[in-house]
Design a protein around this ligand. Structure first.
Ligand SMILES: NC(=O)c1ccc[n+]([C@@H]2O[C@H](COP(=O)([O-])OP(=O)(O)OC[C@H]3O[C@@H](n4cnc5c(N)ncnc54)[C@H](O)[C@@H]3O)[C@@H](O)[C@H]2O)c1
Length: 385
């Protein structure tokens, strides 16, 4: 298949590109390199040094004997995105190209506006251009499990649910409630996608994915093929951040009581699930919602898992709870449904207990580099300043 990945330079985008070329798909990618710049803006960097996009493409040629066509560009630039879609003629467009940090979106008004504009303008451009250029293109849009919040009821895996309100029954959009401006931008994306599916008959998979962890997929056969790996308080997701803390001899830092519970997925399982969803699109004109996570854990459980893995590798690891900079439930019910991936034959391959050991092993050679960024790990961005 011909696949266009928007946000190909990112953590998931690059790993997915490697997986798809290794399965003989034709891969095109577009990125404005905004994550690289925004991570530098807060004095941080990827744990693994990242070659420039052109060098990454050359490394794919050299080590995997495959081609990726990279376009530098911003998907909020309608003309540029149009040119890329027309040139690449994709069967499917995977959209990762968003500002994806909750703390970054909560820094101040400017960061909130940037997040909303970047994420929603990109989504609208994509929707209108697919309708104009070729409405049969499958849009695979990456949302987040965080769109649902932490409700006191089971989270369904469907776009709409039946609800009885004031004694009357109707179909309503599955309830959503964000925990940051970033999460609300994803919620608004989902409303737009569902609306334009009904209006234009577009074919859409809207993925609600849990936090991803991991540094390895088999296609990373050389250091120059590594995908980015963030670990600071703004850009690092919890498991990856805890692994860096363990490597640096810093305490693992659950926020508040640490009972925050989420569905997690390894990088390997994430790219494999995405490959499956690309190769098995929904029916033309369908809006499909997929809950993509594999293991449910609380932050306290994750801290314990990372501590044990670190200690098995000879590290001394402590856990120290810190004041929660976010506004969120620290103990709550959590029971999301997940059946679509299984129905497509998906079985997870990597689990957190083994995978965090791999992450720590991959990070250890970069310990000296990581020491430079010790100051950007503890939480500074507070939701209520
Ligand atoms: N990593 C996770 O744990 C996780 C979990 C759930 C959902 N997601 C979602 O998956 C997607 C990818 O996440 P990631 O971790 O790879 O993030 P990332 O920041 O590493 O990758 C996103 C890429 O998109 C690019 N980008 C952003 N805005 C752009 C624009 N306007 N035009 C062109 N390129 C643009 C960035 O430069 C970056 O390379 C995001 O939408 C994120 O919200 C990630």
């Amino acid at each position: 298949m011909r696949v266009l990945i928007l946000g190909i330079d990112g953590y998931l985008g690059w790993a997915l590109a490697l997986r798809l070329v290794s399965k003989n798909h034709e891969v095109y990618g577009m990125d404005n390199l905004s994550t690289r710049k925004a991570v530098e803006e807060i004095g941080s960097d990827s744990a693994f040094p990242l070659p420039a996009p052109e060098e990454r493409v050359n490394a794919v040629k050299k080590y995997l004997d495959a081609d990726i066509k990279f376009y530098k560009g911003d998907i909020t630039d309608k003309e540029k995105l149009k040119e890329v879609i027309k040139e690449s003629k994709p069967d499917v467009i995977v959209d990762f190209a968003e500002q994806r940090s909750a703390p970054y979106s909560m820094k101040d008004l400017d960061h909130a506006i940037y997040t909303i504009n970047n994420n929603l303008d990109g989504t609208l451009n994509l929707i209108y251009l697919v309708k104009e250029i070729d409405p049969s293109i499958h849009i695979l849009k990456m949302g987040t499990m965080g769109e649902y919040g932490t409700p006191n009821f089971d989270i369904p895996e469907s776009a709409f649910i039946e609800a009885i309100i004031n004694g009357k029954k109707d179909k309503i959009f599955t309830p959503r409630w964000g925990g940051s401006i970033y999460h609300f931008s994803k919620i608004f994306d989902s409303y737009l996608l569902a609306y334009f599916n009904q209006l234009f008959g577009l074919t859409i998979t809207d993925i609600m994915q849990g936090p991803v962890y991991g540094s390895r997929i088999p296609e990373i056969v050389n250091e120059s093929l590594r995908t980015r790996f963030d670990f600071d308080e703004v850009w690092g997701t919890v498991v990856n951040r805890f692994c860096v803390e363990a490597v640096l001899g810093l305490p693992l830092t659950p926020y508040g009581k640490g009972g925050q519970t989420r569905g997690f997925i390894s990088l390997e399982d994430s790219v494999e699930a995405l490959r499956l969803l690309i190769e098995h699109p929904p029916k033309q004109g369908e809006y499909r919602v997929v809950n993509q996570f594999m293991e449910i854990h609380s932050v306290n459980e994750i801290a314990q898992i990372v501590k044990e893995a670190g200690e098995e590798l000879g590290l001394h690891v402590e856990i120290k709870h810190v004041e929660n900079p976010r506004v969120e439930a620290e103990e709550h019910y959590y029971n999301p449904e997940r059946r679509i991936l299984e129905s497509l034959g998906f079985t997870p391959k990597r689990f957190m207990r083994e995978e965090v050991k791999n992450i720590i092993e991959d990070l250890l050679p970069y310990k000296e580099r990581l020491e430079r960024f010790k100051d950007v790990i503890m939480p500074k961005t507070k939701w209520r300043k």
